[in-house]
Design a protein around this ligand. Structure first.
Ligand SMILES: *[C@@H]1O[C@H](CO)[C@@H](O)[C@H](O)[C@H]1NC(C)=O
Ligand SMILES: *[C@@H]1O[C@H](CO)[C@@H](O)[C@H](O)[C@H]1NC(C)=O
Ligand SMILES: *[C@@H]1O[C@H](CO)[C@@H](O)[C@H](O)[C@H]1NC(C)=O
Ligand SMILES: *[C@@H]1O[C@H](CO)[C@@H](O)[C@H](O)[C@H]1NC(C)=O
Ligand SMILES: *[C@@H]1O[C@H](CO)[C@@H](O)[C@H](O)[C@H]1NC(C)=O
Length: 384
């Protein structure tokens, strides 16, 4: 009887505490280009002229989501999940009332494939763009797969150097060598979601010129959030994303010169969230027998920008490494919204830089091919 009383007292106390749980923010320092128009101009120029981005960058302190707080992370996870759905759909996740004002983006255009959702708080001071990841079977699948294979494979999605099937570009130069110039050219094409994202964020900043803008996403969507956040100096949180660090150097995208000169990738305003049973962010869903290659994906990279919060589901929860743990639903239900003390009394493990991380070290990259291959043509063939 008495213990029952204690339990009910405990439960009511806990729900009282839960009611006080709120979305938390903190400030972080970012590098931000002074002029957003100049960013897209530099982007277009870099495809044609030399890689010269004469952009001016300012160092400033901005408001960002507090990624050390479990509740905040779970809300961001739900936002990332909602990029796959429309409000009211069975796979739509409820959010705090402060995010009730929202609108979808890119859903009217089935081909383009860049989709997401924008959440705005009541006084318009914070705007969150959530970017959709890969859909296996849907109108965006073809464009999704092309983007995955261009961004996260070592060399045009040759699953390994003996691979003879369909690739996304023709930069393979025999003997496990891959042509750098050819790669950069393939990656500047318009079919790349990154370019759509630049345009879209330009539009959002026009609509909300004084707001804090944050980017979130799951898988491919997280990688895009990260790359766009790094270019524009916007805080980004990415769930279960394949390594996008290689793409950040190859895409020839504007990123703060500080990152390039110091080689310190943790200067990017990005936090990655992933767990050890998901092979995709760790770049281990590879090899011809892997489920990724079987489905036509070459997700080989594993190094990320920014810092990473890694939940050790294999060590702590004895999960097996399995691609079925990749969906955002699994991450929210089984990790972010569980009461598990992951690390030294913390529910959110510490965010760490991925130091000494290397991608694709079995490949050699250099200038091996004659220039001016028409890569647009190859990319288009795949999309058709
Ligand atoms: C931003 O850059 C564009 C060129 O890329 C230039 O035309 C424009 O004047 C610049 N705006 C400001 C405010 O400097
Ligand atoms: C927030 O922004 C939207 C879109 O620009 C605008 O219609 C609305 O009036 C703004 N609300 C506030 C409180 O500023
Ligand atoms: C951005 O706005 C311009 C002008 O309204 C529009 O043409 C373009 O399609 C928009 N871009 C995206 C990605 O929504
Ligand atoms: C990289 O930058 C971060 C953030 O400023 C800093 O804390 C860290 O010490 C730097 N790492 C290296 C290796 O310089
Ligand atoms: C490349 O191929 C595309 C599609 O066939 C064509 O439209 C374009 O003009 C070609 N570009 C060059 C530089 O040959």
């Amino acid at each position: 009887m008495r213990s029952l009383l204690f339990i009910s007292l405990f439960l009511s106390l806990r729900s009282a505490l839960a009611a006080a749980i709120v979305f938390k923010t903190r400030s972080i320092d970012v590098w931000r280009p002074r002029n957003y128009t100049a960013v897209s101009d530099a982007r277009t120029a870099s495809a044609i002229q030399e890689k010269c981005h004469r952009l001016q960058w300012d160092r400033l302190s901005v408001k960002a989501p507090d990624v050390t707080d479990q509740y905040t992370l779970a809300q961001l996870g739900r936002m990332a999940a909602n990029a796959y759905a429309l409000p009211g759909a069975p796979n739509w996740w409820n959010l705090d009332p402060i995010w009730s004002s929202s609108f979808p983006i890119g859903w009217e255009n089935p081909i383009d494939g860049f989709r997401g959702h924008v959440f705005v708080n009541p006084d318009n001071t914070t705007v969150v763009l959530s970017i959709k990841g890969t859909t296996l079977n849907g109108p965006t699948s073809k464009a999704d797969k092309l983007n995955d294979n261009l961004m996260f494979s070592c060399c045009c999605a040759r699953v390994d150097f003996t691979w003879v099937f369909r690739t996304v570009c023709d930069c393979y130069a025999k003997h496990s060598r891959c042509d750098n110039t050819c790669l950069s050219e393939s990656l500047v094409k318009d079919s790349l979601f990154y370019n759509t994202g630049l345009d879209l964020i330009g539009n959002i900043t026009t609509l909300f010129p004084d707001s804090d803008i944050w980017l979130v996403g799951h898988s491919l969507g997280g990688a895009l959030a990260s790359l766009l956040g790094t270019t524009y100096g916007l805080p980004a949180v990415a769930f279960e994303s394949p390594g996008e660090r290689l793409a950040s150097t190859r895409l020839d995208i504007p990123i703060p010169p500080e990152i390039i000169t110091t080689g310190n990738y943790s200067l990017a305003p990005v936090t990655h969230i992933y767990h050890t049973a998901d092979p995709i962010p760790q770049g281990t869903c590879t090899g011809r027998a892997s489920p990724c290659a079987q489905a036509g994906y070459a997700l080989e990279t594993r190094c990320h920008l920014g810092t990473s919060i890694v939940y050790d589901t294999v060590g702590r929860l004895k999960w097996s490494v399995d691609i079925r743990t990749h969906p955002i639903k699994e991450v929210i239900n089984r990790i972010l919204e569980q009461e598990i003390w992951w690390e030294f009394g913390r529910q959110v493990p510490r965010a760490r830089a991925e130091e000494d991380c290397a991608d694709c070290d079995q490949w050699e990259f250099g200038d091996y091919l004659p220039p001016a291959e028409n890569t647009t043509f190859v990319v288009q063939k795949i999309l058709e």
